[in-house]
Design a protein around this ligand. Sequence first.
Ligand SMILES: [Zn+2]
Length: 453
Amino acid sequence: MQVTFLGATNTVTGSKFLVNFGDKKILVDCGLFQGLKEYRMRNWVKFPIDPKKIDAVVLTHAHIDHSGYLPLLVKSGFSGKIYCSHATKDLCAILLPDSGYLQEEEAKFANKHGYTKHRPALPLYTREDAEQSLLQFRPLELKKSYKIGDDIHMSLIPAGHILGATFIQFKYRDKTLLFSGDLGRPNDPIMHAPAIIQAADYLVLESTYGNRLHNHNVNPLDELAEIINRTVSRGGTVIIPAFAVGRAQHLLYLIYELKRTNRIPNIPIYLDSPLAKDATQIFRQYHDLHRLNPELSQKVCEIATYVNTKEESKALDLELFPKVIISASGMLEGGRVLHHIRVFAPDAKNTVVFAGYQASGTRGADMIQGKREIKAFGETIAINADVHVLSNMSAHADYEEILEWLSHFNHHPKKIFITHGEPDAAQSLKQKIEERFDWTCHVPDYLQTEMLS
Ligand SMILES: [Zn+2]
């Protein structure tokens, strides 16, 4: 058995791990690189191995940095099955075509306004490519063992994080290999805690927050109430860039709670993302996979006005009264939220609130580091609005929560590969695991192959 790290090394994006079981090749996750140009360029170069030679893909969850390269893999000749949970499949069915659409739009916009170095600018893949890739999905039940080749058994085990997210556990001969995907949190208000795992011979572990602790003393409800009230009192609007899957539903839940307890005025709440609207529907459908019962899910979903068309979205920018707009993408990498940022961020009475991880090199990361202008649509946008980061909203375990999850292993891994973190986060988690448990950890490099014997 061997694993090759084709992404999520020293960065949180582009998750892709190729596992060889004898001559069988399985790709675990197939994510897009996002953020820094150095990484994004990797989406455009030839795939390190011939996609035709990959037997199957398995996805840990639907986030684009774990699934968004699939349409291109299929376009380049991958014809095998794509395994994942049912909810992941349903979420990919909306996320991937949307990703293709956004890339077509971006290319069109760049061509129209002439700010591309490549003429004409082309999309990485189209909506149609994405729809094509959906035909290869084969959803599996959670916690069941499936034989996917000689001596290869695979199970999907709930990981918290977002709807449908799982660990992937392989049993090959007498060895087990576990991929954490993105590890959720034990006390997430919406998602269940990640499953407890007690044994693995090898573990590929994420480290997004490997060097940080979430501020457990801060209640996001208090923080959000304060931000909304302050902004409304000066007649401003609150813009919340949010991932359509996960964050958007969590925010709706918080705002529902704030309105129910009369802690914020009865201002309009807009969910301006057709994708988030569809994701919210799927969230309601799979109520056994999260903590909100069907009745509460419905109430939470009804707190927002859903904005469907582009015209309706643009009309929001002309409304002068205070409101909250939740819109994708979560790291300001594209989508409708950028148009709202262009209109609202230059005015000091407004507030921009970040609720999720901002990968370095993204406009979101620039803003939370205090940059007072960002570039979008080939122009410079002044940031005079207040900028906040909600402190305890993450869907990723922090390092204490990761260590706590690891503490349940009674047969500890021979080696842990630390991935999906910026360099400091990965190194710091390695150190912490070595100090606390004295287990062997390794932070792999891009394209590195490791034998697992
Ligand atoms: Zn994720």
